[in-house]
Design a protein. Structure first.
Length: 384
């Protein structure tokens, strides 16, 4: 065995759903710079639609997955179980072409993240979690359970904002496991913003810069309850009379709108435009030039903060408090009155400003790669 092969480390990098792709793409690129690291990209298949999955690989310039587990949709238990069952087999088999996995890298807080971390740690393969430590303190959110479980079994905890470090310390994680590295989603945003702005997305929707809003809603708490969804829609329809709104609709939301008999009502609102889910570049083209973003997505809260666009977050809480404390986000829950008031202040030009949080600078992947490739002793030192 050559000295290089002796130092060789094999990482299984696992993705499953839309927000994972945006975080893994820059990390793969950063790890590719290390000759002694071999990465195997595994897609669980939690998201499988072209619009939720394929388009991201193309636009992010991410290589096709080396292994697809094709778990698909299902109830939480069934979906997580399928990921565990299939990933376990794949990790036990080792790398295509031979070799064993030295580490599993998971990102974010989706079911695939948690299930992959569990499968790995039970095989005694160490787990690194990118976006560790975030807590909404709301256990009714499936993502909160995923975050707590993933962090509990990971030994490298890569954190995007200081509140995450505090949460992990409070939970008793050893200091040497915790690394504040910044926000890796922003690496992708900074790299692709110039390209996004060159697209003709606004023309396609007949929109002018700064004179429209972007809406996304997909959380079960907003879209699975008819009353909550209807309340939010009322405000959107009303607002669209003053400010055109474009609303890329997640498959879950589309299903609910039809089930609750709300689709016709929206069709009648001429300036509220519903579209299929958009790819990364089209959505960034829209969000980066919008007057306001109304969303329940964690990722969009963060992107809005970096873009300096007002973000009205349709959630009662957030695991990303820095987007409210330093950034442009305000939590409006599903309180129609609060949403109306905030929209008014955006339209009147009195809405708060924000600043870009420290380490949300487009270099998080480089810092994460440094942590992951450092010799064992060095991994234990804090980066900042
Ligand atoms: C998942 C994540 C959520 C993340 C979101 C981003 C969990 C618990 N939730 O939510 O944190 O913000 O992704 O989009 O992991 N469906 C399709 N095509 C697909 C995938 C799903 O039509 O490619 C439909 C199916 O009807 C499925 C439903 O969407 O039952 C929900 O999909 P699922 O992956 O369970 O959760 P998301 O709501 O997408």
């Amino acid at each position: 065995m050559s000295p290089r092969e002796m130092n060789q480390s094999n990482f299984a990098c696992v993705v499953g759903a839309r927000p994972n792709f945006v975080k893994m793409a820059p990390l793969l690129r950063a790890l590719d710079c290390y000759a002694n690291i071999r990465t195997v990209l595994i897609h669980t298949g939690q998201h499988y639609d072209a619009g939720l999955s394929d388009v991201f690989f193309e636009e992010l310039g991410m290589r096709r997955p080396d292994i697809c587990l094709e778990v698909g949709s299902g109830k939480h238990g069934a979906q997580a179980a399928k990921v565990m069952e299939r990933l376990e087999v794949c990790l036990e088999q080792g790398l295509p072409g031979g070799g064993k996995y030295d580490r599993v890298v998971v990102v974010g807080d989706v079911n695939s993240t948690m299930a992959s971390a569990l499968a790995a740690v039970k095989l005694q393969i160490p787990v690194a979690h990118v976006e560790a430590g975030l807590r909404s303190f709301d256990r009714s959110m499936p993502e909160e359970i995923n975050r707590i479980v993933t962090d509990a079994v990971a030994d490298v905890l890569l954190v995007s904002e200081p509140a995450g470090v505090e949460n992990l310390r409070r939970e008793g994680h050893p200091e040497e496991h915790i690394h504040l590295v910044g926000n890796i989603m922003i690496d992708t945003l900074k790299r692709l913003l110039p390209e996004a702005k060159k697209r003709d997305t606004l023309d396609q929707f007949h929109l002018s810069p700064g004179r429209y809003g972007v809406v996304t809603l997909h959380r079960p708490s907003n879209v699975d309850a008819p009353a909550a969804l209807e309340r939010l829609l009322e405000v959107l329809i009303e607002t669209s009379q003053e400010l055109p709104l474009v609303f890329p609709v997640h498959p879950r939301t589309r299903k609910r709108l039809a089930e609750f008999g709300l689709s016709r009502r929206i069709e009648r609102a001429r300036r509220l435009t519903l579209t299929e889910p958009l790819g990364y570049l089209d959505l960034l083209a829209l969000t980066s030039q919008a007057k306001v973003i109304i969303t329940d997505s964690g990722g969009l809260q963060e992107e809005a903060t970096v873009l300096g666009i007002p973000c009205l977050t349709a959630r009662p809480n957030t695991e990303r408090p820095i987007t409210v404390e330093e950034g442009t986000s305000t939590l409006v829950g599903n309180d129609a009155e609060k949403l109306r008031r905030c929209l008014r202040s955006v339209l009147d030009g009195t809405y708060k400003g924000g600043r870009c949080p420290a380490l949300w600078d487009g270099q998080a992947a480089v810092r994460i790669a440094q942590v992951l490739t450092a010799p064992a002793r060095a991994v234990q030192s804090q980066l900042v």
